[in-house]
Design a protein around this ligand. Structure first.
Ligand SMILES: NC(=O)c1ccc[n+]([C@@H]2O[C@H](COP(=O)([O-])OP(=O)(O)OC[C@H]3O[C@@H](n4cnc5c(N)ncnc54)[C@H](OP(=O)(O)O)[C@@H]3O)[C@@H](O)[C@H]2O)c1
Length: 333
């Protein structure tokens, strides 16, 4: 269906990575062929793409996902459907959409996406906000509901609540009826966490904050911990968690040595999440839950700096800086 709107174009601007390495390997190219969608695919005119830490791991060549070179990075995008393949059923040209995964890369003017990883973007949200939904919100929902099997009325500690996944987790947990505790490393981060749904917030750089969390749960500990930096916090989490609670490792940037007896004393479950392994049923459930969040107005991505596509390398330097209250970093194309 449909051809490119306006003047037909065959080429686009896109970021291309020709070798793995630091942020400087993200180079803009002006004449990259616009990809063509296959039967089950959709071509999106991308207006904004969201930067995630995983994009930097993939760019550096240290992640399990090692795309063939050259490639265009990026999973999270938001824009308008330009063209759909013959077998696409739920989308048509002109629809506003966001993606949580792409085939050809989100840091570009156009991206091909598979139908299961695209959803309609509610009219109340901008393209920048749409680009902030994908990986953070789906990871947060998957961790709290599908991995921890969280139930309304339970207490969740979001250990690292001021970043992309953390803010999403605060909003989701609050909307679904959890008691929400969050941590951040700065005063601004704590304010942000409280504004986005946490009932109480603590500073994870402050000595003694763990005992304040225990006190806030009447000495019992949280039912669930969503952990953003497991290599630093997992041993503390095992001390903190309620008996028979659940810990979900979302982020970890190194190793940690822990005695197995910690899991015995608490009879707790320690598990992990890997968003991209979600089944088709899980994707459908996550789309449904987050659509409700947009319709009801509690899903509100917090956007920080927007860079033009040409400045993708700055955006990668920025995302890895140690200041979680920075808001989602976006590329505009
Ligand atoms: N497994 C998956 O499928 C999956 C999916 C998405 C993300 N992730 C991973 O999850 C992590 C968070 O992602 P993101 O997008 O939210 O990153 P982000 O926006 O950069 O946020 C990082 C968060 O970590 C917090 N943090 C820093 N030091 C901490 C500490 N000592 N204890 C607890 N938290 C601490 C930061 O808080 P302050 O800056 O306020 O100190 C901030 O809230 C990353 O490692 C990412 O790679 C994994």
């Amino acid at each position: 269906m449909s051809v490119l709107r306006g003047a037909a174009r065959a080429v686009m601007k896109a970021i291309r990575v020709t070798e793995f390495g630091g942020p400087e390997v993200l180079k803009i190219e002006a004449k990259v062929p616009i990809p063509n969608p296959e039967d089950h695919q959709i071509l999106v005119r991308v207006h904004a793409s969201g930067i995630n830490p995983v994009d930097t791991y993939i760019r550096s060549g240290t992640h399990n996902i090692r795309p063939a070179l050259p490639f265009t990075p990026g999973m999270d995008s938001a824009g308008v459907v330009e063209k759909v393949g013959k077998a696409v059923t739920h989308f048509k040209p002109g629809d506003r959409v966001y993606s949580v995964r792409t085939v050809t890369g989100a840091y570009a003017e156009y991206a091909v996406v598979e139908e299961p990883y695209v959803a309609h973007l509610h009219k109340s949200l901008s393209f920048e906000q749409g680009a902030g939904i994908g990986v953070p919100y789906y990871t947060a929902y998957r961790s709290l509901i599908l991995r921890a099997n969280g139930k309304p009325g339970e207490t969740v500690l979001i250990h690292g609540a001021s970043g992309g996944v953390g803010i999403a987790a605060c909003q989701i947990a609050r909307a679904l009826g959890f008691t929400v505790l969050g941590t951040a490393g700065t005063t601004e981060g704590i304010e942000l966490v409280l504004k986005n749904g946490a009932h109480k917030a603590f500073n994870h750089r402050e000595k003694g904050y763990l005992s304040k969390i225990t006190d806030a749960t009447n000495g019992q500990g949280p039912d669930i911990i969503l952990e953003m930096l497991a290599n630093v916090n997992l041993e503390n989490d095992l001390n903190l968690i309620k008996t028979r609670g659940r810990i979900v490792n979302i982020g970890s940037r190194g190793t940690i040595q822990i005695s197995p007896r910690f899991t015995m004393g608490k009879e707790c479950v320690v598990t992990g999440v890997m968003l991209m392994t979600s089944s088709p049923t899980d994707w459908a459930q996550m789309h449904g839950a987050l659509r409700a969040g947009m319709e009801q107005g509690w899903l509100k991505p917090y956007i920080g700096t927007s860079y033009p596509l040409e400045q993708a390398s700055q955006s990668h330097t920025e995302i890895m800086k140690d200041s979680g209250h920075k808001g989602k970093i976006i590329l505009k194309s």
